[in-house]
Design a protein around this ligand. Structure first.
Ligand code: SF4
Length: 358
């Protein structure tokens, strides 16, 4: 029987509640159809998760606190949570708090630094216009930029996560200059804006645009030699015969689960009632994880119809580490719409590597 040793757990302590109202944020639409309870996370529920981890065969656990906006919970809540986490003893663990950056202040940053927490800032670029889908007031943008600078000054481990879309996709040089200036110690990731097939789909980034963006990003980064995180790093990693960190490049979607404030758990990194596993207050974690693995095998993976990046690129032995199928979250008719962009990038990096190191 397959057993999980490494697990990434996305926790939404306030579910989809947020102090911003980004135009492209579809969490409300995505979740509103779910008839599941929407409570704020209680430390007692988290304690059940910790007890479950202790009773499992997990060796590595990555906790990511997500939203909505997780910083709507007070520091006293996180103090209690981090104390519970410390009870995990020998298990290798990391914690990231993914925030929109508006509710950060010096005291909070010092607290997260002291607790060894990485702070992930969501920001779509270095100009207010890049962030037109996020902020309704330039002051919000200035606050976030200021808080990232403060995190840097205080020596907090932080990362930046951006979404590529119509408002920023052609400004690769400016975005890269900004990343060089901020130099996030835990790297950066840029995902394409994809809003499914509903009425918001008009905002999704066309696949060809994302391919062009990834090329331009690679060409820019190649000159600096700095590839901290994200797609390019994943392409390089796989080409150097190591498992790429990006789940949809390596096929590691089954290493992710998510949990909402009520303790309801789901396969994959987001909340989807079709992938509901059960509630941590009622079912021990090892049982939920067993169901999760079975669900991946029988329900989630078959949707991709045996497609992998490796197979699609002709089963070239040099590309064997690209066992990813694409992202479950973006799946439309059995395919991730950006699958072609991942292949374009990997083939481009491979060809370029051969040119530079013949
Ligand atoms: S849904 Fe996509 S991003 Fe989330 S774990 Fe699966 S492959 Fe990764």
């Amino acid at each position: 029987m397959k057993v999980l040793r490494n697990l990434n757990i996305l926790i939404r302590p306030v579910n989809d509640t947020c102090n911003l109202s980004c135009e492209y944020c579809i969490t409300k639409n995505r979740y509103s159809g779910d008839a599941l309870r929407r409570e704020t996370l209680k430390p007692e529920t988290f304690q059940k998760l910790i007890a479950g981890i202790k009773g499992s065969q997990l060796q590595t656990v990555r906790f990511t606190w997500h939203g909505g906006e997780p910083l709507l919970m007070p520091d006293s809540f996180y103090r209690e949570i981090f104390t519970l986490q410390r009870g995990l003893g020998g298990i290798d663990q990391t914690t990231t708090l993914q925030t929109n950056g508006t509710l950060v202040n010096e005291e909070r940053l010092r607290f997260f630094k002291e607790q060894g927490v990485c702070v992930g800032f969501s920001l779509d670029g270095c100009k207010y216009s890049h962030n037109a889908y996020r902020f309704s007031d330039p002051k919000q943008f200035e606050t976030v930029i200021g808080n990232i600078r403060l995190a840097k000054k205080l020596g907090v481990r932080f990362s930046i996560i951006m979404v590529a879309h119509e408002k920023n996709v052609r400004d690769v040089k400016e975005i890269c200059d900004f990343l060089d200036e901020m130099d996030p110690p835990n790297g950066f990731t840029i995902n394409p804006l994809f809003l499914g097939q509903g009425e918001m789909a008009r905002l999704s980034l066309p696949q060809e645009e994302f391919s062009k963006f990834l090329y331009a990003l690679y060409e820019n980064r190649k000159n600096t030699g700095s590839f901290p995180g994200g797609y390019i790093y994943a392409a390089q990693k796989g080409l150097s015969k190591a498992v790429p960190k990006l789940c949809f490049f390596s096929g590691r979607c089954a290493n992710f689960v998510s949990m909402n404030g009520s303790g309801d758990m789901f396969s994959t990194c987001y909340e989807n009632s079709a992938y509901y596993l059960g509630n941590i207050n009622a079912t021990p974690l090892p049982e939920l994880l067993e169901k999760h693995l079975k669900q991946h095998e029988t329900k989630i993976d078959p949707q991709f119809q045996n497609q992998t990046l490796y197979r699609e690129m002709g089963s070239d032995p040099e590309l064997v580490y690209f066992q990813g199928k694409g992202c479950t979250k973006r799946l439309v008719d059995g395919r991730d719409p950006y699958f072609r962009s991942y292949i374009d990038l990997i083939e481009h990096v491979k060809k370029d590597g051969k040119k530079t190191n013949p």
